[in-house]
Design a binder for this molecule. Structure first.
Ligand SMILES: C[S@@+](CC[C@H](N)C(=O)[O-])C[C@H]1O[C@@H](n2cnc3c(N)ncnc32)[C@H](O)[C@@H]1O
Length: 194
C-alpha cells in the first residue's frame, strides 16, 4: 500500500490510518470504525439480493448485516481484510484485495455494489464510479454512502462532505441519481446501465 493518498476530495494528501489502515495504528483504526460507524441502516436500502459487493469494507461492520447468496467484501488493506474475516467468521463471506477503481471482477458480477465511508479517499472519482458500474449487473444498483452531517458521532459529523463534493459524486454517477438521508449516512444511489 502507498504511504499516502492524493484523493479527488481533499487538497492535501491523506495518510490517516482510517484511509490507509495498516500496522498497529491501522488495526486500532479498524476497531474504532466498528465502534463508531453503524452502517446497518443501509441494509433496507440494499434489500434482498443474490449478490452484493461492498468495496472499502474495512473491518467488515456492514458485511456482518448483509444477507445475500454471495456477499463479497473488498479492501486495499490486508489488515482490514483480516479483521473483516474475523468479524464474519462462518458466514461464507468472500474477501478480496482491490480498490474502487480496480476490483478485478468480471463485468455484471453483482446485483448491488455498495461503498461506505471511502468515496472521498478514492484517488479518481470517475474511475471508481465507472469500475463499480461495470461490475454491477444491468439494472443493478450502486450505492455510495458517506458520513452525514447529522450523524450520531461528532467525528463522523466533522467528516461530512460539503454539498459541492456530494454534487460532484452525483455528477460522476450521472442521471438518474437518488439521494437518501439516513440517520448516519448520506447515500447516493444509481441504477447502473438503467
Ligand atoms: C474509514 S474506512 C471505512 C470502512 C467501512 N466501510 C466503515 O464504514 O466502517 C475506509 C476504508 O476504505 C479503504 N480504502 C482506501 N482507499 C480505497 C479505495 N481507493 N477503494 C476502496 N477502498 C479504499 C481503506 O482501506 C479503509 O478500509
Amino acid at each position: 500500500m502507498a504511504k499516502e493518498i492524493q484523493s479527488w476530495a481533499y487538497e492535501e494528501p491523506i495518510s490517516s490510518p482510517f484511509a490507509l489502515p495498516r500496522g498497529v495504528l491501522g488495526r486500532l483504526a479498524g476497531r474504532l470504525m466498528l465502534w463508531l460507524n453503524d452502517p446497518s441502516e443501509l441494509v433496507p436500502l440494499i434489500g434482498k439480493q443474490d449478490s452484493v459487493l461492498e468495496v472499502g469494507c474495512g473491518p467488515g461492520g456492514l458485511l456482518r448485516h448483509i444477507e445475500a447468496g454471495r456477499v463479497c467484501g473488498m479492501d486495499p488493506s490486508p489488515d482490514m481484510l483480516r479483521q473483516a474475516a474475523r468479524h464474519n467468521r462462518g458466514r461464507g463471506v468472500e474477501l478480496r484485495l482491490g480498490t474502487a477503481a480496480d476490483t478485478g471482477c468480471p463485468d455484471d458480477s453483482f446485483d448491488v455494489v455498495v461503498s461506505v465511508n471511502n468515496v472521498a479517499m478514492w484517488p479518481d472519482l470517475e474511475a471508481g464510479v465507472h469500475e463499480l458500474c461495470r461490475v454491477t449487473r444491468p439494472d443493478g444498483r450502486l450505492l455510495i454512502a458517506w458520513h452525514s452531517a447529522t450523524g450520531r458521532s461528532p467525528i463522523a459529523r466533522k467528516n461530512a462532505l460539503p454539498e459541492e463534493k456530494l454534487a460532484r459524486i452525483a455528477h460522476a454517477l450521472g442521471e438518474p441519481t437518488q439521494r437518501h438521508e439516513l440517520k448516519n449516512l448520506t447515500v447516493l444511489e444509481k441504477r447502473c446501465h438503467g
